[in-house]
Structure formats: C-alpha cells, structure tokens
Design a protein around this ligand. Structure first.
Ligand code: AQP
Length: 332
C-alpha cells in the first residue's frame, strides 16, 4: 500500500506558491495514493500566532484543500492538534534525534535568523514533529519541495535509528516524491525571494482569496525590467522577475516555459501581464468562489475536519500503541 502524508501551516494568507508548489499536486496524487492531508496548526505555533487568526486560517487552509479539488471522502483532511498522537510521537522522537542532527537544519537557521537564543524550542524541534506527522501513519511517500528535503532526510534518519535502537522494523523509510510539476513561485516584488505567507508586503503575493481586481492590480504592479519578454529560455537569465512571471504562466496553463515564450516572446510586459491576469483569474476565480462559499459555512468545514480527525486517529492509534509498547511504556 502506498500512503502519502503532507500538510500546510495555517500561518497566514494562502498564496499561489502554496497552490502551485503543493496543493495542486496533491489533487493529482490522491488518485494513486491513500492520502492524508493535514492542516499543521502545531507547526504554526512554533512562531507567534494570534489565536483568533490561527482558528481562521485553519479553516481557510481546509477550504483551500477542498476548493482546489481534494476530495474529503477519498482522502483524510484534518488538523494536526485534533490527533494527540502527533505530540506524543514527537516526544519520543525528541529522545531519538540527536542535537547535532537538528543543529544542521538550515530552515531553523533561516527562520531563527540572528535571534537564535530567542527562538522557541518548538521551532528548533520542528523537524521531530514533522517526522512524527509522517511516521504516525507509516507514510511510504511524502511529496516534498526543495525546501523540505533536508527535513525528510531527518525523518528517515529518525525512523532508521528507532528501528535499530529497538531492534524492530516499526517504521518504513519514507521515500520523497519529487514532483516535476511543482513550481517554485517567487515574490512579485523580488524575484530572488520565494512567495511567502509571512512576508509583510501583501503585494509580494497573490492570495487564493484575492478577487479579480486585486489580482489584476498585483500583477500590474509586479516588478519587471525594461526589456520585452524574450523568445527563448536563455533570454531569462539574470532576469529573476521575468523568469518568475513566465514560470507562473506556464504552471497555470499546464504548459512549459518554452511554449509560453514561443507564444508571448517579444511582447512588452504590459501585454504579457494582461494575459497573465486573465489566466490567473480564470484558474483561481472558481477556487476563490468555492473557498468563500465554504468559509461562509464554518460548520461544514468543522464537520469535515472532525470526521477527518476520527479517520486519522483510527490509523494513528494502533501505530502509537505499537511504538509505546516497543519503547517499554507500561500500558494501562
Ligand atoms: N513560494 C512557493 N513556491 C512553491 N511552493 C511553496 N510552498 C510554500 N511557498 C512556496 C509550499 O507550500 C507548502 C506549504 O508550506 P508551509 O505552509 O508548510 O510553509 P512554508 O513552506 O514556510 O510556506 P510559506 O508560505 O513561506 O509560509 P511562511 O511564510 O509561514 O513560512 C510546502 O510544500 C511548501 O514547499
């Protein structure tokens, strides 16, 4: 059996990068894998979250999953804090992983920045919780972007060490699913930075809840350069903002950058931006409408999350029992 686990943090406005880099690919994967998609609220609080906002964004991420085409009947959709096994297994893994392993994690260094001493312990131990998310379901595969590869390696190391320490093959060694279709989307204000929920400038990203007018404004204001669009890929070199817009166009039209340039090369950015706006509104419009419908009915979202948590618990419970028994915890 092939089982995937993946998640998004409810840390702010979901954006085009979350959609093209993650959620859209899951819609395809659900056909071939038993799929568990989580709203990872416990990861979110590794940095400060306003409580009311956290509740709102937990529902928003859930709505985005469904509006993008993830089927809550075929897949399990739930929020992490609703299944206690995530925290329980993470504690066991805190005792399996070594300080040296976590010290090497580049994402902690990036997120903690210069204020390492002030970062939460949770932010440091984040990869142990991620390993618990995956292994609590014995997921065989995890769709990962470039930025999460190192954390999945750590998950594999933890699984291996646990199995070795206790002399039992409790956990699978989870394989990464590197998706050719995943697109890394960069900020509309700076082509060298990734589009991000926590970036202060709202004009750096297209949020999945932006309406057509706002999408048009943001694309119109997106940073570009004075040259027209090239006709070949080589012409995008050292032009990160142009490359980003072409990459977004290709992803939204299920095409290639080559094909986009063959069609639009030579155009001034004003014309290309108009085509990109039309395409973005065409693809994101229906999703935006369905998200708004769901968010106006929070009870519907909460019922989906509750049912998902029950189904997740049914898988996680026996696996946690097996872990506890392996470790030697006396069972009541
Ligand atoms: N710009 C991006 N391009 C492609 N994929 C992206 N992802 C995020 N940003 C881009 C993918 O979305 C998934 C969920 O990400 P996450 O919520 O776990 O956190 P993140 O990667 O840290 O995303 P953000 O938007 O940048 O959030 P903040 O600002 O809170 O850190 C992941 O699969 C990720 O690769």
């Amino acid at each position: 059996m092939k089982r995937i686990f993946s998640g998004v943090q409810p840390t702010g406005n979901l954006h085009l990068g979350n959609y093209l880099g993650a959620i859209r690919n899951w819609v395809q994967l659900q056909k071939d894998y038993e799929s568990i998609f989580c709203v990872v609220d416990m990861h979110a609080i590794t940095v400060w979250q306003d409580p009311a906002e956290l509740t709102r964004t937990t529902r928003e991420v859930t709505a985005a999953y469904i509006a993008a085409g993830i089927d809550p009947e075929a897949c399990i959709i739930f929020h992490q804090s609703a299944v206690p096994g995530h925290a329980q297994l993470a504690w066991v893994f805190n005792c399996v992983a070594r300080m040296g392993w976590l010290n090497r994690m580049t994402q902690f260094k990036e997120k903690a920045g210069k204020h390492k001493e002030n970062a939460s312990v949770g932010l440091f131990a984040y990869p142990d919780l991620m390993a618990a998310d995956i292994l609590l379901y014995k997921a065989t595969h995890v769709p990962v972007g470039e930025d999460q590869k190192q954390h999945l390696e750590l998950t594999r190391d933890i699984a291996q060490k646990f199995n070795n320490d206790f002399g039992r093959e409790v956990f699978p060694i989870t394989e990464p699913l590197i998706l050719g279709t995943a697109t890394r989307v960069m900020s509309l204000r700076d082509g060298s930075k990734k589009m991000s929920k926590s970036e202060t400038s709202d004009f750096s990203r297209i949020n999945l809840r932006d309406d057509a007018d706002l999408i048009a404004q943001k694309i119109r204001k997106a940073k570009t350069d004075p040259e027209p669009l090239p006709s070949e890929i080589a012409g995008l070199e050292n032009r990160p903002e142009a490359a980003n817009l072409v990459g977004i166009f290709a992803a939204l039209s299920d095409s290639t950058r080559e094909a986009v340039l063959a069609e639009h090369g030579g155009q001034p950015f004003s014309a290309f931006k108009q085509s990109l706006t039309d395409l973005s509104v065409e693809v994101l419009g229906p999703m935006n409408a369905e998200m708004n419908r769901l968010l106006a009915n929070p009870d519907e979202i909460d019922a989906i999350l509750k049912r998902g948590a029950e189904r997740a618990q049914a898988i996680a419970g026996p696996i946690l029992d097996e872990v506890y028994e392996t470790v030697g915890f006396l069972r009541p």
